[in-house]
Design a protein around this ligand. Sequence first.
Ligand SMILES: [Zn+2]
Length: 121
Amino acid sequence: MDNTFPGYDTLKSKFETHGLGFAIPEKKSVFIDLEEVANDNLTNHHITFIESHEVAHINLKHSGSFNKQQEAEADYVGILLCKKLKEKQAVKIGIENFRSRNGVSFKKYHSNNYKNVKNIL
Ligand SMILES: [Zn+2]
């Protein structure tokens, strides 16, 4: 959504606590702050990755407040979803940012966690 979306001003405060995107699992909805995406000069590939990250939160049935472990898991499953959709540039963006976002390399996380998530892909 951008600032023409009804309710943007109200939802804007949610982006301030959640970053560029957030998901409402009960509604199976994902919201992305396109104003901020434009300000940060992000590409459609970034949007694809953010979307996949939020969809991953829903598929993983995450709930509650911000939690580092859930964020790492959503990044990881988000990357695998992009891979499945053959969104190569989005996969690249996810992997490149994985370590700085989650404090562990994608490779290491993958070797420890693939078995836990393969059923939901
Ligand atoms: Zn997240």
